[in-house]
Design a protein around this ligand. Sequence first.
Ligand SMILES: *[C@@H]1O[C@H](CO)[C@@H](O)[C@H](O)[C@H]1NC(C)=O
Ligand SMILES: *[C@@H]1O[C@H](CO)[C@@H](O)[C@H](O)[C@H]1NC(C)=O
Ligand SMILES: *[C@@H]1O[C@H](CO)[C@@H](O)[C@H](O)[C@H]1NC(C)=O
Length: 686
Amino acid sequence: MSSAVISTLYLCLMVQLCTSVCLHDSVQRDTHVVSPPAVIPQTTRIFRRSTTWAPHLPLRVTPWYLPGESALLTPSQNTQLQSAVREVTKIISNMLSVHRTEGPLLLNRDMNKYCRSVWGDPSLLNYKRCGSRDISYHGERCLDVVIPDSHLHGYEVWPMIGTEPNHVTLDGVGVPNTDFMLYVRVAQTEKCALQPSVMAYASYCQLDHSGRPVAGVIVFCPKRLRDGVYQHGHIVQVCLHEILHALGFSSSLFDHWIDCSFSGHMCSSRSRVANTDERGQLRIYTPNVMQRMGEHLGVGSVGAPLENQEKATSSHWESRIMQGSILTASLSPPHLTSLDPITLAAFQDMGWYGVNTSVNTRLVWGKGAGINFGLPSTCQERLSGFFCKDEGNIGCHHLHLDKGNCSTDAFMEGCRIYKPLLHGGECWLKQENHESDEIYHSQSRCFFSNLTKTMKNEKVKGRCYLHRCLAPNYFQIKVQGSEWTDCPAGEWIEVKGFEGVLRCPDGRLCLGFDQPPVPTSVSTTAPFYSIFPQISAGIKVQLTIPQNLKWTAEKNKLLTEEVLGVIAEHAGVQRCFLYASTELDKDLSFVLMAGEPNNCPPNPPGSSPHSTFMNLIDYPITYESPHFSTVTIRLPFPGPRNVLSQVGLILGCFGVAFCAILILVVCWCKHRARTLQVRDIYHSQP
Ligand SMILES: *[C@@H]1O[C@H](CO)[C@@H](O)[C@H](O)[C@H]1NC(C)=O
Ligand SMILES: *[C@@H]1O[C@H](CO)[C@@H](O)[C@H](O)[C@H]1NC(C)=O
Ligand SMILES: *[C@@H]1O[C@H](CO)[C@@H](O)[C@H](O)[C@H]1NC(C)=O
């Protein structure tokens, strides 16, 4: 790779000059999706609402981190990742609700996989039941994550005649308080390696009876997470984008969206969610989406356009028309991206969710711009005030928080927009030492202007000045050294003491959606002991010290105190949560416990003790003690490693037994072959 290529690549990572690619569609094609065994023939396509009278309750997404993989990140990166995932699950549960099913969530096994043949003779008692097990069956996967058996339904294998199954695998315990199971991987997969700009990708892998996704996987590419520039807001944004795909906004699920709008207990499948319009643009034509899209553009109801620059049917909104939406293929920086009303409408139209219409949404791009907005043929006309013409012109991003550079990308089909500047364009970010009369401040915004004191012919461009809101769409501005000056929306004004003019944007400022980003969100964490239940039962802490010391009770206490402090620091919890329930043993071990946090203030924001404790298992902590020279701390409690090796042992034993049984089964099967018909009764995907 030439250095030019490398530096361009680096630029992409740094500033997303290049679009950050979303792999969802290609990943979804690689994901095997399992549906529950059909209770009614798929052909009727009518679904009984099993729990009509149950209220809609917030959707509970439960993340499940693959043990061991956290080692690819540092404790603080893990903390950052988990706190971002937690924030996203909060956004989701605030936004979406479902009719919850009772009890823990149990995922389905694919009968086509575990069952080699099915009793096919309708006269048999065990008609349609599994007649023989596929010996190559090794459980279910979600993309490349092996789903733990404890999350899965069991299955049975039945003899031709008889009322007792000859094999039973019991149901797992399931996952409590869960409506959607999110397997979280951190792995440098092939896909991560092939697409260096990908931070994460996700797919769904299990559907319920109504077609709603109930489990999925999100893979984070560790290289991108380690990139210092990617902060909390960035991970949250990408994670939310991907999870929205996995929850239903996926082209492969369009055919599964259902219509539950009519009264009664039934939902029906939607006839055609996506269709091509007369111009060849693929659009989503469902009632709420059409209404919201029409309201947004200021026209009658109209389908919402999908990205047409992707190979197959896209799972993204068209970039030219939906800039700033969380579900476009190329995302702007987090503070310029948000949930939008049309995405919300799409989730309403999926039929599976109750949607909280009071969550904050924003879509400024194209507002009121009419039916022809954003067409490649019209975007150059500049009538709408959204697109720009001259490549390289410095203007303002349409939200006026940032200066923008007039440019295009692969999704814009020749249209140009003011993309946020790479460096120094954030008017809202306090900065000093700028030549000119500009002011960078949290209350500053970007204005097109050529205000100057020096009377030379200044070009109109994007500049940062203070503003203050007086009413919606009504504000004043202040230039370095000027008075507050009224700025009537849509007009060019002059400012006393300056030559030149300034344009007051219309419909962009003081409307409640132009807030600058707040510093990294402060997410409070659950109490320590509930996140990491093992510790309330006590964890053994093993210490090593190079030289032999003469131990006294006092030294014991001193060392224990020191070590507790170090552990607390590494785990991201306060010292007051931890105590030693035993005295320091002769072999230098003690039992660590978590106390009731009576006297402890809440955890520091963003901390996630669970993840960091997991890391302590993998990495002993060594520190230089002022009293005891080098101290090494190990937490040798049965963590995932040990559990895994036990599982390995058990599997090994089973393997031997299995082979023996196998030989018997094969003989038996040969004998029975005439009465068994190998036949697919259940299809994983209709
Ligand atoms: C709906 O969203 C609003 C605004 O975010 C929030 O205050 C409210 O609690 C949400 N309602 C539900 C049921 O989650
Ligand atoms: C604006 O973008 C062009 C490429 O479209 C680039 O050459 C130029 O350096 C950019 N200007 C600034 C100030 O970022
Ligand atoms: C500012 O721009 C306007 C419009 O382009 C132009 O008429 C005016 O002469 C410019 N003023 C200065 C001081 O450059």
